[in-house]
Structures are given as C-alpha cells and as structure tokens.
Design a protein around this ligand. Structure first.
Ligand SMILES: Nc1ncnc2c1ncn2[C@@H]1O[C@H](COP(=O)(O)OP(=O)(O)OP(=O)(O)O)[C@@H](O)[C@H]1O
Ligand SMILES: [Mg+2]
Length: 380
C-alpha cells in the first residue's frame, strides 16, 4: 500500500501528541505539524500532504473553519479530517459544509482511527479521479544544456526522463529545443500537437492545456513536443516557456527540459525557471571551452549555482582528465557517461531509449546511478 502523507494542524501540543500516538499504521506518515496562523498556509502547501488532520477541542472556533475554507484543500487533491474530543451530529453536519470528510473521536481505538483515515484517503482519490483533480507534488525541474551541438543533451534528457518514470515518478519532458528538437524521434512518437499549438491556444497556458497538448509515451513520460518545423519556433515566446514550466511544476515530480544550445530569450526563460542545469560536455577542448562559456554566462545571469557538469562520450584513454575538467570549470563533475556507439546509436535509430532494456551496458548503469543521485538530491 502507498504511504498516506499527513500534516497535523493544531494550536495545542497535547492534541498533536494525541494524534501522533493514534497513528499506529506504518503506511500513514506524519510529514509535518502546523498551527492556524497565516504563515502556516505556505508551510502546509510546501509539505504536499495527502490529508490534513485538524485537531481541536469542542467548542471549535469559527476561525478554524475559515482557515480550512481559505486553504481550498480539495482543489489541491488533499482531504481534511477533524479529530476532536466530542463528536456530535451537529458538529459533523457543520464540518461537512466546509468539505471536512470525516469527524473522528480522539477517544476511539487507534486501529479504528487509522482505518478511517485510510478509507477517507481512498474515497478522496476516487473523487479526484472523477473530478479530474491532479494532486500537487514536490517537483524538480532539470534542464539539459550545453553551448555546443551534438554533445548528447537530448539522449541524456530522454533516458533520464524514462528512467525516472520507470521508477514510478510522474515525469514531464519538455522539448524546448524549439528549432531542432527531436525528443519525439528519440521516443518514436508522432505527436498530433506541439508546443506551438499550446502557445497559440486562445484558452492560454494552464496545466490542463499543457496536458491536452502533450503526448504520452509507453514509459509513462508525457512529452510536450517541439514545433513540427524550425520556422514555427518563432510562435513560442519566452513568456510561453515561463508559463509552461510554472503551470506543470506543481503536478509533475520531475520536469525534464531538453534546452536549445543557445542563450536566446526562450532558453534563458527555461534556465531561469529550472532548479538544476545539467551542462553536458564531451571530453574535448572545444566542449570544455563551450562549457566554460556557458558557466560564465550563467554567472552573469546569477543562476550559476544551478549548474552541474556532465561529461558524456567519455572514452579511455581520456582526452581530458576529470580533474583537469574540474580545475578549469571550478566545479565538480556531477556524473560521467561512457562513449558507447552501439548502445546509444542503436537505441536512437530504433526510437527506443536504451534505459528501457535491461541492458548490461556500462552506460545503462551510469544513467541509473545518475538518476539515483537526482532522486537522492531531491529528498534533501
Ligand atoms: N555516450 C555516447 N556514446 C556514443 N554516442 C553518443 C553518446 N551520446 C550521444 N551520442 C551520439 O551523439 C549524437 C548527438 O547526440 P544528441 O542528439 O543527444 O546530442 P545533442 O546535444 O542533443 O545535439 P543537438 O545539439 O543537435 O541537440 C547522436 O548521434 C548520438 O547517438
Ligand atoms: Mg538535441
């Protein structure tokens, strides 16, 4: 069974402790505590709970119900339960008006308390599906970037996105290489719509519209494809790029961007709105120079701290040693990927990311280790 993440909201420490003691089911996790202050609202949202348990003693102040109403929990895919000392029919009816799914007694058995929480959670999930409400999630936006062509940005973006989806994560792949993107080819997809249709949609950019214009890959990755032809790139503005990232951010755990290898306004919008910029370089002097330039420009844009260095097409004997790279770029290498013509080109030609095959190829292990690192970093 999946975990149910809970935030307990109460003014009283004794009530928080009472709720904590009642959670005897290991699948129910208390991810945080909060009170009813204005500041707590952001804190609760940032914890992305599946459920909020409001713990309060009767008589329950109207301000608590106003707090619940103002949070609009249901629209964020979160259910609300009230835990109290005296349950009455009047209280249950009053609570229902504020969307509270259940009023629970703090005096009942711990097992019953947990059983009802699990039931309410299941019920909420059903309602969400029926109403097409997507639960908000903690997300990470990662751009694959490089100032030089052909270094392997696209193939790393595809395989990373698919590897994350294979681990059960909700992943959106945004092909922001507006003129020359090829993510749909790498995934063997023939998208009906692209980012151009989205940008031109009179309804504007929202999560619903991005989803409607995206194409689902069998791995679970949603792809927002690049324009069908390079000349359509001009229909997509930097504002569109910013709006796309902002609207998908709360709904996908990982948003992977295949960025163009330039510093156009659209590229800068993508880089400014992401959390990490994977600068892809090859172990040769031209790539190294390009990576150095990219880092300098990111410094001028004051987003250098997002940069991570990836070395791709690493071969033995190495053309440039890792430590020389690190010295020149004044940054550690985040991950390296071997040169493997057969695996990489074979998979590109088939339109099947190599990470989908349980290949024993070194590059598969390297991509898996890289993805593990991304997941571990996200938890920090
Ligand atoms: N690790 C690797 N081993 C062998 N070949 C690779 C490797 N990585 C990428 N390639 C090859 O390099 C070429 C470019 O890869 P890819 O399209 O992913 O790069 P890119 O940086 O996205 O290029 P562009 O600038 O055109 O967008 C492809 O032919 C691909 O097969
Ligand atoms: Mg590319």
């Amino acid at each position: 069974m999946e975990n149910i993440k809970i935030v307990v909201v109460s003014e009283e420490t004794s009530l928080r402790v009472s709720v904590k003691k009642k959670i005897v089911d290991k699948n129910i996790l208390i991810v945080g505590y909060a009170d009813f202050n204005e500041d707590s609202k952001l804190k609760i949202e940032g914890l992305f709970p599946d459920m909020v348990i409001i713990a309060a003693k009767v008589p329950i102040q109207k301000s608590i119900f106003d707090f619940i109403e103002s949070m609009k929990f249901q629209s964020k895919g979160c259910s609300v339960v009230l835990a109290t000392d005296q349950v009455s029919v009047d209280l249950v009816n009053f609570a229902a008006r504020y969307g509270i799914r259940q009023v629970l007694s703090l005096d009942g058995s711990d097992e019953e308390f947990c059983r009802v929480i699990a039931e309410v959670h299941e019920f909420e999930k059903k309602i969400q599906t029926q109403l097409n409400i997507q639960k908000r999630v903690r997300s990470k936006v990662i751009a694959f970037f490089g100032c030089k062509g052909g270094v392997g940005k696209s193939m790393l973006a595809t395989n990373t996105a698919v590897a994350l989806a294979k681990r059960g994560a909700k992943v959106m792949l945004l092909d922001f290489d507006l003129a020359f993107g090829e993510q749909h080819l790498l995934l063997d997809l023939d998208p009906k719509d692209t980012i151009v249709e989205l940008a031109q949609d009179p309804e504007g950019i929202s999560i619903e519209r991005v989803n409607a214009f995206s194409t689902l890959h069998s791995s679970g990755v949603s792809l927002l494809a690049c324009p069908k032809s390079p000349e359509y790139a001009e229909y997509v503005s930097a504002e569109n790029i910013t709006a796309i990232i902002r609207s998908v951010r709360p709904y996908y755990e990982y948003i992977i961007i295949d960025a163009a290898n330039n510093f156009s306004d659209e590229s800068i919008a993508a880089l400014e709105n992401c959390d990490e910029i994977m600068i892809v370089s090859n172990p040769d002097i031209l790539s190294l120079k390009a990576a150095k330039n990219a880092i300098n420009i990111l410094g001028q844009l004051q987003i250098k701290e997002k940069a991570r260095i990836l070395i791709n097409k690493d071969a033995t004997p190495t053309l440039i040693k890792a430590k020389d790279f690190e010295q020149m770029l004044e940054m550690p290498i985040y991950a390296s990927f071997s040169f493997d013509y057969k695996t990489v080109n074979g998979s590109i030609n088939k339109g099947e990311p190599f990470i989908l095959r349980s290949s024993r190829a070194v590059i598969c292990r390297e991509v898996n280790a890289f993805v593990q690192k991304i997941i571990a970093d996200k938890k920090d």
